[in-house]
Write a protein that binds this ligand. Structure first.
Ligand SMILES: O=c1[nH]cc([C@@H]2O[C@H](COP(=O)(O)O)[C@@H](O)[C@H]2O)c(=O)[nH]1
Length: 387
């Protein structure tokens, strides 16, 4: 099996060293033309160290300035304190960036909603237009998976909107979860959405959903939603074992780990719930829909609760960052101990290929690569290496 993997790598190397392709390679193999990976994240990828991806729509559209900037920086500090490397993901001047500097976080925070809210479908347009894009859960998952980061922390994910059965307004976060093997740590789904239908849709998408230390699926601002979670996980180690099993199974879909807001911050949950009802009514009257709906509702609920919802939001994201980093550390340990951590192979032309353990068992689909061109070329190569 190992020799067949080597054979496939040889074929891959041959294709990638073609003159046209190599000419696009970045000089250091890290700052490639289409994606920029920070030196710290690059090093962590090479050594198999724990990394936590963080999204950027929460910075630009989810919170006002300057709380968004403070929170973005604090999240990175929390991830580090818990032993992992933070990788905030955004698109700056058309370049997807994996790992931002403090200065870049500040640019995004100040841009606010002037940065384009970028879901998976929007990545290509933002790149082509050399725009600044704040990545949602779907786009962040996609970019994290391209470079081989298996864990991603956010506040809340999008879902099926209320009346989604008529409008078909269903966040692409759910379909991305169905198609991308990344574990998303969130506080569940806000009650601005239809939670039971969101859970149904996640089931349809084959997404593994587990609630953290509870039987109930949490509703972001509140610990309960009235919906039972399909599974329960007890600890970071337990979560890591689930993620590891998903990797071994070579499943293509993701995992949603729902961590309830800490009890001390959920006290204002009912006050927030009535504000949500009012904001929903206003959104209907103003005919606000599509991707403008979530930012409107979040801002309006914050106004109506006199800032209480923002404080809760910040508290729960920080809690998720701490849990997510612990999971990342456990997963890295698990994979190191079982000898299954990713190998990194540097090929002649300077690009870096990260080969997960399953590839050495002959599963090229799992090959996660940073290539010197664009994803199209990479995906076009996959059938060749599986030949
Ligand atoms: O509490 C929040 N929920 C959701 C979002 C953002 O909104 C996106 C979902 O938007 P839509 O419903 O348009 O898919 C999520 O991926 C996330 O980036 C947010 O900032 N805060």
């Amino acid at each position: 099996m190992a020799s067949s993997a080597n054979f496939r790598l040889e074929i891959l190397t041959r294709h990638l060293t073609s003159a046209a392709f190599a000419s696009k390679a970045g000089s250091d193999g890290q700052n490639l033309e289409w994606i920029k990976i920070s030196p710290e994240v690059s090093e962590a990828l090479k050594t198999g160290s724990p990394i936590v991806a963080l999204e950027s729509t929460i910075i630009s559209h989810g919170m006002p300035y300057p709380q968004n900037f403070e929170t973005a920086k604090e999240l990175e500090v929390i991830v580090r304190k818990n032993g992992a490397v933070p990788a905030t993901i955004a698109i700056l001047d058309g370049v997807p960036c994996i790992g931002l500097t403090t200065e870049e976080l500040g640019i995004l925070a100040r841009l606010g909603s002037k940065a384009r809210k970028t879901a998976s479908r929007d990545i290509a347009v933002v790149m082509a237009g050399r725009e600044n894009g704040a990545t949602t859960v779907s786009a962040t998952m996609y970019l994290a998976s391209v470079v081989g980061i298996p864990i991603f922390v956010t506040g809340g994910i999008g879902g099926v909107h209320r009346h989604g059965e008529n409008t078909l307004d269903i966040s692409s976060d759910l379909t991305e979860l169905g198609n991308t093997p990344v574990a998303v740590i969130s506080a569940g789904v806000k009650s601005i959405l239809d939670i039971p239908r969101t859970l149904e849709y996640l089931e349809t998408q084959r997404v593994t959903v587990a609630a953290y230390q509870t039987d109930e699926f949490p509703a972001f601002f509140t610990q309960t939603s009235g919906c039972k979670a399909p599974a329960r996980v007890e600890s970071p180690e337990h979560c890591a074992r689930v993620i590891d099993a998903n990797i071994r199974l070579e499943r293509k879909s993701g995992i949603l780990i729902a961590v309830p807001i800490p009890r001390e911050h959920s006290a204002s949950g009912h006050l927030i719930e009535s504000a949500i009802q009012q904001a929903l009514q206003e959104a209907r009257e103003k005919k606000i829909s599509g991707n403008a709906e979530t930012p409107f509702l979040l801002a309006r609920v914050n106004e109506l609760t006199g800032g209480a919802s923002l404080a809760s939001n910040i508290a729960l994201v920080k809690n998720n960052a701490s849990v997510g980093a612990k999971i990342a550390v456990s997963l890295a340990q698990l994979q190191k101990h079982s000898g299954k951590s990713s190998q990194v192979v540097t090929l002649g032309f300077g690009s870096l290929f990260k080969i997960p353990h399953c590839c050495t068992r002959g599963s090229p689909d799992c090959l996660s690569a940073r290539v010197a061109d664009h994803p199209k070329r990479y995906f076009a190569l996959l059938p060749m290496i599986s030949a």
